[in-house]
Ligand binder design. Structure first.
Ligand SMILES: C[S@@+](CC[C@H](N)C(=O)[O-])C[C@H]1O[C@@H](n2cnc3c(N)ncnc32)[C@H](O)[C@@H]1O
Length: 295
């Protein structure tokens, strides 16, 4: 798209021209936040920061850079999330590797970390917590954030997907946290010792197949299906997780789960036998984090 050839001669475009043309293309193709996406992908191709783009706006792209920028834009136009193109997403101040094998960590999942840290300070259980399970670790974002914030905790990161665990391990190594986290391939908490954990933390799959048409097309097409969808209703994984968490938690231990507004009422019902149940909202006032204490 950017390579203009004139009598066999390549005409190089400047960063300013490349950006402006990319914004026009992304706008025409209805890609949301076209400027942000155009900048992000150009920063990725040039391995630079945003300041460089504007400080060197007359710098010309090489032929290779133009080709790679064009390919990245083409992927974005067909709906590939920018994070899968760049291979990166920030979470809790850490730059994480992401591939299509893992869910892209969302900012609202940081509320789960905040809830655990708040309970770790005030929750009455082992303070600070000794043992934490992160069920459905994906990229490892929750396990890594908790390992960083709670330096004496023993963290267990669990996923059913071997490919996801590989990414989580790579992220732990990238942030020098691999000695702090044990990785397990397991179906939820199957095989774990009874009454071992102070905390069971999870962002489980919680979208119902019945509401799939309300889920962004990009998510449906490109994010791992078993990371997003739990079954017809959306609560199928949580229904299995709650009794398993009850078994592996110490008395007084906490279960902390990310949820959605759609399933909040049902989750509350499923936690009827637990103590101190709370559902905390996110910044959009959507029920987002369920907390419950084992009696
Ligand atoms: C919503 S994603 C959460 C990923 C990551 N924790 C985050 O917050 O971005 C759910 C994760 O649960 C994993 N998962 C799905 N079913 C599971 C099961 N039965 N046992 C263990 N992990 C499971 C998926 O592979 C996926 O990585």
């Amino acid at each position: 798209m950017f390579l203009q050839r004139n009598y066999g001669e390549i005409i190089f475009v400047s960063l300013r021209e490349a950006l402006s043309s990319a914004i026009t293309r992304l706008t025409r193709e209805n890609v949301p936040s076209p400027r942000l996406n155009a900048e992000l992908l150009l920063m990725f191709v040039l391995s630079c920061d945003r300041a460089y783009l504007y400080a060197h706006s007359e710098h010309e792209l090489s032929e290779d850079e133009q080709t790679r920028y064009d390919a990245a834009l083409a992927d974005r136009v067909r709906g590939v999330p920018a994070q899968y193109i760049t291979g990166h997403q920030e979470f809790w101040g850490m730059d994480l590797i992401v591939t299509p094998a893992v869910l892209i960590p969302r900012p609202e999942t940081e509320h789960v970390i905040e809830a655990v840290l708040e309970l770790a300070r005030t929750g009455g259980q082992e303070c600070p917590p000794r043992t934490i399970a992160d069920v459905g670790t994906g990229s490892g974002c929750i396990a890594l954030a908790l390992a960083k914030e709670l330096p004496t905790a023993e963290i267990h990161a669990i996923d059913i997907s071997a490919a996801a665990l590989e990414i989580a391990r790579a992220n732990a190594a990238r942030h020098q946290l691999e000695s702090r986290i044990r990785f397990h391939r397991a179906d939820l908490l199957a095989g774990f010792e009874k009454e071992y954990f102070d905390f069971v933390v999870s962002n489980p799959p919680y979208v119902g197949e019945s509401e799939a048409d309300q889920v962004q097309l990009e998510v449906r097409k490109f994010e791992p299906r078993n990371a997003v969808f739990a079954g017809h209703k959306g609560t199928e994984v949580i229904e299995r997780l709650i009794p398993q968490a009850e078994a592996v938690l110490k008395p007084g231990g906490w279960l902390v789960m990310e949820i959605s507004g759609t399933i909040a009422e049902e989750v509350n019902r499923l936690l009827a036998d637990w103590s101190d149940v709370q559902i905390k909202p996110d910044l959009q006032s959507i029920p987002r984090v369920a907390l419950a204490r084992k009696s």
